[in-house]
Design a protein around this ligand. Structure first.
Ligand code: NAD
Length: 518
């Protein structure tokens, strides 16, 4: 997600140049080389010959490439490669692993522009945001490389000079399954802590955005990772299920929707495998009358319109204290209408297309339903056709602000996952806390106020895993991120994630005689 603000693409050396899109736009060409699977140290074609699916470029609606989903034999090979790499990697010292990860981070830095452009072409987010995602991926590798050498257990003294010690050991082959909104970043956020702990990984990106995960696989390989350490298999639900059910897989880390998360948990339960689930949200943002209005408005825009609103932690229920509601709304609408929509590769663009035609239609249907239920559209919520004729097949819409919202409306209860902000008014702190927590989800929450006591009191009562005071959607890799309630299990980022990719072994050491009862 969001770290603070701060050509021509290279073709992967080992990759065969198969049919792929070459898009000429404002910022040069993008060449997507296939195949997009990678295991055992190189790109692979699926052996299954299953029916392929088109992958689209959201900015133009053109077909980017064809995705061939991996089947059982591909998944077996990828897991086998990961098993083999695990044997070697898990025996290396933390320092040795860190060296490879730091080298991979350097390569990411050098290829920043190329990766960011690929992400834009496949996902549709603006180039400005895509660069920040690549930076966040690099920082994740650097951060966990830094922790790799200090993973350690405990020594516990026991009676009679006996003692016990604990070892923090890796789990084995971990599976990562990603959503389409942060394709490269999710692959890095999952693989960095996994690899730092000594695990290997098989990663499956979303079939909607398959293009950049394979770049990460090439980068790890180029950095000196053993063959099979980080593998990529492409496909959708079926390929994902094969991975989750695979007997040689020790853990599944998933980012995606709640219904899929529930299925993954069920599949993992058969093998009593641990899961990390980063799921959806319908997060509240509370704006009190004593807020710095300028910052509250900026926060509300960041909470709703990053990545075309396709962010799990977005604060889409914006509760504003009634005294400041008119001026807050006026300013939010003014700035929302000024958001530059268009070619996501242009530096000036702040909002690109949504990820797919289907998703755009779904978001627009939510807006229609909101109107039917009595919400008032203050701006946006319409399909948008950019003036550049190359973009006329793209999946654009105008960012939307809804007023007169009630807590029981569909737009306030369900995750829309698009650029739609619902504004609600409130009078008292107690009332807004009760309403903010009235949801089965609990990914994030935010509060704007200049009363420091109120800020901490409110945050203490908010039932959400990631809370923001006087800002929103900032996700430094050093800080744990994850949800309460149905928004997930476990955390990504921060030191605590080491616990989700390792297990403790306790070793008891007897220094005396066995005191037997028999
Ligand atoms: P999705 O659940 O449809 O798909 C996510 C991934 O799961 C894809 O790779 C998909 O192919 C795979 N999958 C689908 N069915 C599967 C199955 N039965 N077994 C194994 N894998 C399966 O989600 P999406 O539409 O890609 O992403 C949007 C959702 O993700 C939103 O709800 C959003 O809130 C959530 N999300 C959460 C976070 C977070 O960190 N909490 C981050 C990004 C997105």
């Amino acid at each position: 997600m969001f770290q603070r603000l701060a050509v021509l693409l290279r073709q992967p050396a080992a990759a065969p140049l198969l049919p792929a899109l070459v898009r000429s736009l404002s910022s040069g060409c993008v060449n997507i080389a296939a195949p997009l699977n990678f295991w055992g140290g190189k790109r692979r074609t699926s052996k299954e010959r299953s029916k392929g699916e088109n992958v689209y470029e959201p900015a133009t609606g053109r077909v980017l490439c064809m995705l061939e989903p991996c089947g059982p034999s591909d998944v077996d090979q990828a897991v086998e490669a990961a098993k083999s790499a695990y044997g070697h990697w898990s025996r290396m010292s933390g320092m040795e692993r860190a060296r490879v990860m730091i080298e991979a981070a350097h390569i990411i830095e050098n290829r920043r522009e190329e990766i960011a452009k690929m992400e834009v072409v496949n996902n549709g987010k603006s180039i400005t945001e895509a660069r920040l995602d690549v930076d966040s991926a690099r920082l994740s590798l650097e951060y966990y490389a830094g922790l790799a050498s200090s993973l350690a257990g405990q020594h516990v003294q026991l009676p009679g000079r006996s003692f016990a010690y604990t070892r923090r050991e890796p789990l084995g082959v971990c599976v990562g399954i990603g959503a389409w909104n942060y394709p490269f970043q999710i692959a890095a956020w999952k693989s960095a802590p996994a690899l730092a702990c000594g695990n290997s990984m098989v990663f499956k990106p979303s079939p909607v955005t398959p293009v950049t995960a394979v770049l990460l696989a090439e980068i790890y390989a180029e950095a000196g990772a053993p063959e099979g350490l980080f593998n990529v298999v492409q496909g959708g639900q079926e390929t994902g299920s094969l991975l989750c059910r695979h007997p040689d897989v020790a853990k599944v880390s998933f980012t995606g929707s709640v219904p899929t998360g529930q299925k993954i948990m069920e599949m993992a339960s058969k093998g009593v495998k641990p899961v990390t689930l980063e799921l959806g949200g319908k997060s509240p943002l509370l704006v009190f009358e004593d807020s710095d209005l300028e910052n509250a408005v900026r926060g509300a825009l960041m909470a709703n319109f990053l990545s075309q609103g396709q962010v799990c932690s977005n604060g889409t229920r914006v509760f504003v204290q009634s005294d400041i509601l008119p001026e807050f709304v006026e300013e939010v609408v003014k700035r929302t209408q000024a958001i530059e929509i268009g070619d996501p590769l242009l530096e000036s663009t702040r909002m690109g297309p949504l990820v797919s035609r289907t998703h755009l239609d779904k978001v627009l249907t939510f807006v229609d339903q909101a109107k039917e239920e009595g919400a008032v559209v203050l701006c946006g919520g319409e399909p948008f056709v950019p003036s550049d004729p190359k973009l006329k097949g793209g999946y654009y819409m105008t960012p939307c602000v809804l007023a007169n919202c009630r807590d029981d409306m569909t737009c306030v209860r369900e995750e829309i996952f698009g650029p739609v902000m619902s504004v609600l008014s409130f009078d008292t702190e107690q009332e807004v806390l009760q309403r903010a927590n009235d949801t089965a989800l609990g990914l994030a929450a935010g509060v704007f106020t200049s009363d420091v006591k109120r800020a901490h009191r409110v945050v203490e009562h908010l039932k959400a895993g990631s809370c923001f005071i006087n800002n929103y959607n900032i996700t430094p890799v050093e800080v744990p991120f994850g949800g309460f309630k149905m928004s997930g299990i476990g955390r990504e980022n921060g030191q605590v994630t080491i616990e989700y990719y390792s297990q403790l072994k306790t070793v008891y050491v007897e220094m005396g005689d066995v005191d037997s009862l028999f």
